[in-house]
Design a protein around this ligand. Structure first.
Ligand SMILES: Nc1ncnc2c1ncn2[C@@H]1O[C@H](COP(=O)(O)OP(=O)(O)OP(=O)(O)O)[C@@H](O)[C@H]1O
Ligand SMILES: [Mg+2]
Length: 257
């Protein structure tokens, strides 16, 4: 049984088909990269998986349970944790409180006291390396620190499937390498075995993902092992046909280091 299974998922916004009949499976233990040009439906797909949107068509099962109609707050306790492309912290709350919220609403929801949640928060704040900021108002963090806080919060949910939406955008190559090592470590050390991530930064995708799903115009174009997917002529064409945003791609797209 797959951990997550999407069958023929379609999502429309008015006349626009943002996600077009996407089927995919994620197995326990996988790290998957989801790539594709701007507007190809990656974030919408994440929103459907985490329950922010319900699909117009199709089914989603998580550990064999049909969650298609389950709202987001009921999915998080099942083990679906996510970060947001644009971090949305409670700005006046401290970093520590923001991360503790993850513990309270994740798979441990209802089982942990406020004190326990704060202890869990401390652990993940240290793991992502922002402990010096932990008592600051989260609104005062730099964009990169906000991303790290988002990751700490998603990890504090103790998810079975961690969905990361451009968690590394805006980071310099050194920070990206740090993140790649760090995600590998979580994959090994935590019970969080699976990470699905949307990234424009190929350095991160190549460094981490075992399998890559390429989206184009809302549809799944390619779903294959990373090397094979990125060498696929259809994938090359998608990016040549739609020149990527330089600032996002940092011209690292096909470079492997
Ligand atoms: N809430 C919404 N209402 C209307 N249209 C939307 C909404 N959310 C997304 N869209 C549209 O759906 C399409 C897919 O958008 P989505 O954000 O999923 O793409 P993406 O692959 O995440 O892009 P990016 O790489 O820029 O983050 C786009 O055309 C977008 O404008
Ligand atoms: Mg997006």
């Amino acid at each position: 049984m797959s951990l997550l299974r999407l069958e023929n998922i379609t999502k429309r916004f008015g006349g626009l088909i943002a996600v077009d009949k996407v089927s995919l499976e994620i197995e326990a233990g996988e790290v998957i990269g989801i790539v594709g040009p701007n507007g190809s439906g990656k974030t919408t797909l994440f929103n459907i998986i985490s329950g922010v949107y319900s699909p117009d068509e199709g089914n989603i099962t998580f550990e064999g349970k049909d969650i298609t109609k389950l709202p987001a707050h009921k999915r998080a306790p099942l083990g679906l944790g996510r970060t947001f492309q644009i971090p949305r912290p409670f700005s006046s709350a401290s970093v520590r409180e923001n991360v503790a919220i993850g513990a309270m609403f994740g798979t441990l929801s209802g089982q942990v006291s406020v004190d326990d949640s704060l202890k869990i928060a401390d652990r993940y704040i240290e793991l992502v390396g922002i402990e010096t900021q932990k008592n600051k108002e989260s609104g005062s963090l730099t964009p990169v620190e906000k991303k790290l806080m988002e990751i700490a919060r998603a990890l504090a949910m103790k998810p079975k499937l961690l969905l990361m939406d451009e968690a590394m955008a805006g980071m310099n190559p050194k920070d990206i390498d740090h993140m790649v090592q760090f995600i590998k470590r979580i994959k090994e050390e935590e019970e969080i075995a699976i990470v699905a991530m949307v990234e424009h930064i190929m350095r991160a995708v190549v460094g981490l993902a075992e399998r890559v799903i390429v989206m184009n115009f809302g549809a799944k174009l390619v779903d294959a092992k990373t090397e094979k997917a990125l060498a696929d002529p259809r994938v090359v064409e998608v990016y040549l046909g739609h020149p990527p945003d330089e600032s996002k791609w940092k011209s690292e797209i096909w470079k492997k280091e």
